[in-house]
Structure formats: C-alpha cells, structure tokens
Design a protein. Structure first.
Length: 345
C-alpha cells in the first residue's frame, strides 16, 4: 500500500494571512516529498476560506518546481465547473510542467455554496451527470480529433494542445461513493478515490465491496487502483491524541455547516459555531473521531492501516486538513513518515 498526502490551505479566522498559509502548505508538501510519500493530492474549491484551492493546476505547477519525486494529483477538479477542452488542455500543460508526474482526480463536487455561485440551479444529480459526460470527452480530446455532441457540451473535432507528456494520458481517478459511481469509474478505466469521512471501518469495508462489485461487473477492464482518503493524526501522548480528536470534532462540525449552506458567510469565513452547538452534535464527538479515524499512537495507526491494506486498498491518503496549527500538522506528518510508513516497506 502506497501513502500520499491530501492537503489544502485552510483559513479559520480573519487574523490568518493567505500568504503565510500558502507557505505552510508548501512546507508540508516538501516534507511529504522528502519523506518518500507517493503523491500529493490537492483539489478545487471556490470562495470558501475553509478550503482554499481555486485551481489545483496552478498549485501543482508550483509544486512541480519545489518537489523531486512525489506524484502531483488533483484531488479533485469539480466536473461541472470545467469545459472538456479547457480541462484537457490545462491538465496536459501541467503534465508537461510536472515532467509526467500528474494524476487527474475528478468529482461532481459537494457544496451547494459553490454550485449556486458558479452554476446556479445545479444540484448533485446534475453535477454527477456532467461528470459522466466530461470524463470520456477529456479522454477523447487527449486522443485527438474528437468531436462531441452531448447534453451539456457540443463541439467539432478537437485535439488537446498540448498533448500530455504521459501516454496515453495521465492516470484518471473518479471520486466514488454509491455503486453506480463505482460502476462508472471502473467501466471507463478510471481509478477510484473513496472517503468514508468520519463513518469508520464499516463504511470503509462497504466502499471496498462496492468497488469489488464494479470490478467483477467489468471483467474486460483491467482492475484499476483504489485509494482510501481518511483523516489521520499520529500523536506523541494520550493528551496529544485527545486534543487531536477534539480538533477533528470541531473540523467536521464546520465541514457540515458549510455543506448545509445555511449560515451566513462574510469575507469567505462562515459564521462561528458556538461551543453548545458543537457539543450537541454527538455524531461528531471527539469520542467518535478517536474511534472512527486513524487517530492514535503510531502502533495504533499501523494496526488500522494494516487492516485497510488487507481489504485491498492500493493507496492510503493522509488527510491533513483539520483546523490544527501548522506545528501540530507538521509534527503528526513527520511521525507518520518516520514511525508508520516503515512498517509497510
């Protein structure tokens, strides 16, 4: 099982400086590269300081000059916000800049806050339909002289300019959850990204079952890869681990506040949640975080990840976005590299 870092800038209050946050983002990515991680994943989000990532290709182009070995991946671009020709061309240019280290993850998106600003009236179903049309179109454009007459896009014969460095194209990944999205990904020759969020081992097992069923249903397609994305914290003491569980509890409360899209947002920051609001959400308590996420000592995290390796996951992505300080993120990542990864070599 390979290991990667899933990371974005995240701004929690008005006192934080965007340039300093980017410098911290880069520092964590450089640690991942030096530490021998397989890939860095960074995605796309708009107008949300909770997750700052307006264009992953810009960020990856910068990372390509700052890193040496790590794969550089979009985790993920949001399908309904892209025209197939633009996505094919920008990804191909980025693959050249990254000297063939690019991987392209695509998703339908999750936040109605973004949908209503970039594609008013869009919902999750419509976004998913656009993704299903986008993926084969991008592959066709990379192949060249591809014409498209679909529900959402129509254009005459078109070839990506430039072509990607990798042949036939950079690896494609699709974020999947329900059985139909697994079926779509596997049937189109794409690798699969899954995240159980905070739902724990039962969901992790179920996601693998959905992937396996999709593979069994498409025997003509070589088995793609599957990556598990999960919040991770490697602590140095029980007190440190307890603090991480509390911080992740707060993080997921804000995650769902953004997802619900009901609270006021000012200058990119959502209205603060009160302590009573957070405490009332027992499904996202620190105890749940400690039980369901890869949060614990190095030995505990190794044991959990060994179980995921046995299930068949090809890649495990350390989700570091958490609302924690840069210093705490760095310390946990360094412990993961030094104390957890060697158990899998």
């Amino acid at each position: 099982m390979k290991f990667s870092l899933f990371i974005h800038m995240e701004r929690l209050n008005a006192d934080q400086n965007h340039k300093e946050l980017y410098d911290e983002f880069i520092a964590l990515c450089e640690i991942a590269d030096r530490g021998g991680m397989h890939a860095i994943w960074t995605g796309e989000h708009h107008a949300m300081d909770f997750t700052i990532a307006p264009n992953p290709f810009v960020t990856i182009a910068d990372l390509a000059r700052r890193t040496k070995n790590v794969r550089l991946a979009t985790g993920t671009v949001i399908a309904p916000f892209w025209h197939p020709i633009k996505l094919a061309g920008e990804a191909a240019m980025t693959d050249i800049i990254a000297e063939g280290r690019l991987e392209v993850g695509i998703a339908r998106g999750a936040y109605s806050f973004e949908y209503e600003r970039l594609v008013p009236g869009l919902d999750a179903w419509g976004a998913g339909q656009r993704m299903r049309e986008l993926v084969p179109a991008v592959k066709g454009i990379w192949n060249g002289d591809y014409a498209h007459d679909g529900e959402f896009w129509q254009f005459p014969a078109t070839t990506s300019a430039p072509k990607p460095l990798q042949t036939p194209h950079p690896p494609l990944w699709v974020a999947a959850r329900d059985p139909s999205s697994h079926e779509f990904a596997v049937g189109n020759g794409c690798n699969v990204q899954v995240t159980p969020l905070w739902n724990g081992d039962a969901e992790i097992g179920s996601l693998m079952e959905r992937f396996t069923a999709a593979c069994d249903g498409n025997p003509q397609v070589p088995r793609p890869k599957i990556m598990l994305l999960l919040h991770t914290y490697v602590g140095e003491s029980e007190a440190d681990i307890d603090q991480a569980a509390r911080e992740l509890s707060v993080y997921y409360n804000y995650f769902f506040a953004w997802f619900k899209n009901e609270r006021p947002v000012t200058q990119g920051l959502i209205e603060r949640l009160g302590e009573a609001e957070i405490a009332a959400n027992e499904n996202l308590s620190p105890q749940v975080m400690r039980r369901n996420l890869a949060v614990g000592t190095a030995a505990e995290v190794i044991g959990r990840l060994k179980d995921y390796e046995k299930l068949g996951y090809d890649e495990y992505s350390f989700w570091i976005d958490s609302g924690m300080s840069f210093e705490r993120k760095r310390a946990s990542l360094e412990r993961f590299i030094a104390d957890v990864m060697p158990a899998f070599r």
